[in-house]
Write a protein that binds this ligand. Structure first.
Ligand SMILES: C[S@@+](CC[C@H](N)C(=O)[O-])C[C@H]1O[C@@H](n2cnc3c(N)ncnc32)[C@H](O)[C@@H]1O
Length: 259
């Protein structure tokens, strides 16, 4: 039984983040609005706080690890793709307080209660059942420590309309949105989550929700073209807290506190 559990934790599927033909850093070219909207959400959730040790779990090449140095003395970029860590070596070359480690979210190999901030952004769509990962994050966080979680929201406003016109509700279970070609057990899963299901799992893992934000509310290529980044961000700034109670946007941000 124990052997099976270890194997499950460390098995790595083939995926784009390790594909030499794919550079995740390039994905961010032309997505300055989305990146700035994410930094805005983090600033809002962490305003006035400072931490000793943060972990950016599934942090890729460290896009947000760099930003986290504003809030923490030390940052660990915990990432299971060696390719991402290699890109991060260059991206983070002027950031001595960021350490890069090859790690899976379900097995962070850190002592219990050893960190005071965890960030998980754009990772949950690869984890159809994130229970083991939430339990591991809860284990490494000190009581009272913060966990900032962003995930793709299956119950966003447009989707609720789409389901509603068919007389249905958005499913509570994770919804597989992988392309047909990628629907096999070799590729990383690709799912969207319902906020209610995620919050239920977080409560089980020992977290309480301190704040919610609705993110990337105006993510639309047309709007980006017509309005430009500055006005979009001004609107996003108002909408993030305003639309949070409706779980409106395609991305949901939670600020959690370990009990
Ligand atoms: C879309 S990228 C997001 C990277 C970074 N958080 C960001 O926002 O720029 C998804 C990342 O999740 C990582 N990932 C996938 N499965 C994971 C797991 N089980 N544990 C930790 N990270 C994982 C991938 O390797 C990839 O770097």
């Amino acid at each position: 039984m124990a052997t099976t559990k270890t194997a499950k934790k460390t098995t790595r599927k083939a995926d784009q983040y390790n594909d030499p033909k794919y550079n995740y850093q390039d994905y961010w070219t032309g997505r300055e609005y989305e990146h700035a909207a994410e930094e805005m959400a983090i600033n809002r959730l962490l305003k006035g706080k400072h931490f000793e040790q943060a972990i950016d779990v599934g942090g890729g090449y460290g896009r947000l690890s760099k930003f986290l140095t504003k809030y923490a003395d030390k940052v660990t970029l915990a990432e299971p793709s060696q390719q991402q860590l290699d890109i991060g070596k260059i991206y983070l070359k002027d950031m001595p307080s960021v350490e890069r480690k090859l790690l899976q979210a379900a097995d962070l190999k850190m002592p219990a209660s050893s960190v005071d901030l965890v960030l998980v952004v754009r990772v949950l769509h690869h984890l159809p059942d994130p229970s083991a990962e939430f339990n591991e994050i809860s284990r490494v966080l000190k009581p009272g420590g913060n966990f900032i979680l962003e995930f793709a929201n299956d119950a966003h406003f447009l989707n609720r309309l789409r389901y509603g016109v068919r007389g249905k509700s958005v499913p509570i279970k994770p919804v597989d949105i992988s392309s047909e070609a990628n629907k096999n057990d070799k590729e990383l899963p690709f799912v969207n989550h319902h906020p209610k299901a995620i919050i239920k799992l977080l409560h089980k893992a020992g977290f309480e929700v301190e704040s919610v934000l609705s993110g990337s509310n105006l993510r639309s290529p047309k709007l980006k073209k017509v309005l430009g980044k500055k006005p979009l961000l001004a609107a996003e700034s108002v909408l993030q807290p305003m639309l949070a109670p409706l779980y409106f946007g395609p991305s949901i941000w939670l600020k959690l506190r370990k009990k």
